[in-house]
Ligand binder design. Structure first.
Ligand code: ZN
Length: 161
């Protein structure tokens, strides 16, 4: 459904209790154009969106489960982000790790199912492509440098002050 706020033209907004999922209106437009003009690339774009969404939902759901007041997941044509409660303790670390953890779990499950690494936009099978981008998204975000998730987790678990 469309958001009832002033940004209704820009975002599709779905309230799910304390969680709100926002989809930039350009996302379905870009997806539709790609699927129409280049179905193979369109399919891989949809897979990338799914990987982004899972990553941000991981942050949001773990934050809510640990007592976060509310969470907003946003998906733009090229980025995703989660606005979650800032915890002053280790819960911040678990929230940060949840996004990459979901991606790595998906990559692991696909690997167990026989998928391999292949990120060719043209020739990779959907499952190989999904495994590859899940692995890159999961592992890439774990580098222990802020603002990456790994950096946020590192400073939550081992605060310097
Ligand atoms: Zn993240």
């Amino acid at each position: 459904m469309l958001s009832s706020h002033g940004d209704a033209v820009t975002w599709f907004s779905v309230p799910l209790g304390r969680l709100r999922v926002r989809l930039h209106t350009m996302v379905p437009l870009v997806a539709a154009v790609l699927v129409y003009w280049a179905p193979g690339i369109g399919l891989r774009y949809l897979l990338l969106l799914a990987v982004l969404l899972l990553h941000e939902l991981g942050h949001a759901l773990v934050s809510l489960a640990m007592g976060g007041a509310r969470a907003v997941v946003s998906l733009s044509p090229a980025f995703g982000w989660a606005d979650v409660t800032a915890f002053p303790d280790r819960r911040e670390g678990w929230t940060a790790l949840a996004g990459p953890a979901i991606n790595l779990a998906v990559a692991g499950a696909l690997a167990l199912g026989g998928a391999g690494l292949d990120w060719s936009l043209r020739s990779a099978s959907p499952t190989d492509f999904l495994l590859t981008i899940s692995l890159v998204m999961g592992a890439g975000n774990l580098i222990p440098v802020k603002p990456a998730d790994g950096g946020r987790a590192f400073s939550a678990f081992w605060p310097t002050r």
